[in-house]
Design a protein around this ligand. Sequence first.
Ligand SMILES: [Zn+2]
Length: 342
Amino acid sequence: MKTTAAFGMLCLFLVGGSALPQEGKAGLRIYWIDVEGGAATLVVTPEGGTLLMDCGWPGPRDAERIAKTLHAAGAQKIDFYLTSHYHTDHWGSIAELAALVPIEQYYFHPFPDASAKDVDPKLKETLLSLSQGKAVVVAPGTEVPLRGAKVKILSSNGRVLNEADGAPQVRKCEANPEHPAKPEDTSDNARSVGFLLSAGDFKFLDLGDLTWNVEHKLVCPVNLIGTVDVFQVSHHGLDQSNSPALLRAASPTVAIMNNGARKGGSPATYKWLKETPGLREIFQVHRNVATTPDDNTAPELTANDGDPCEGHGIVLTVDPSGRTYTVEVPSKKTRKTFDVKK
Ligand SMILES: [Zn+2]
């Protein structure tokens, strides 16, 4: 992040100030904090509840961005920290974050056995030590008791709702015979924790980096998700995830992609999103600098254009009436309001 402290404070003022309605009670807010190709999604409820899904890369940068966003939102602690999975771009800054902000409870999926090569043993030790006495190992169906919203885990450890332990990753589904399975994904992406957040009629889906085969089990033969208002594009927009089958089933109105300047944002994913019936707008944390303008959303819907960037985020506020929500790109002074689905 190449920015001065003063500029950073200005950004925070804009993010915090613009997220809060002028009068009355603030609605539920969701912040996509720029962690440059990782993930850090913060939910702050009107009742003061806080949930953070993922905390970006190791080092102070992302932890500081998260802490600043949390404080600008008027919160002092994280009630629930949820790790989607054990890749460094998702839980990298946990030690630095816990040193900056109190974290009350840690939610995560079971650790894979020690042979898994994509889980950093040092980060594992750190998480286990920080979460002693405050850990909840989640399974599909677990609910996170966030004040002011219902948060239900839909996928965890390769399983989806209503599946027994040891269920295979690829399951034939007669209802959608044309959906091609991919080779089995043995990485921790396939074990991502995914949740559906509901606040009144408003629904937000975040599946972490969940990949193709497991996401298909969420929608075939039965759509276990239902339809949603807002979808955090999975896996930074990579096309190993975000199958058209998933997108059509969840049928989001708004998609928000937490890609990096050179990570995620696959042209195929962008095309599938554009082709999703009912999808009105795609927001990106970064322009993908390696692809064409046709493979990226409009500049006013993109928080960061360049590489290096200034670490701008995206913020969503549900109106206190629960009938509309507004997505803002403060760096572009863009605000777009959408109706909550009934
Ligand atoms: Zn990732």
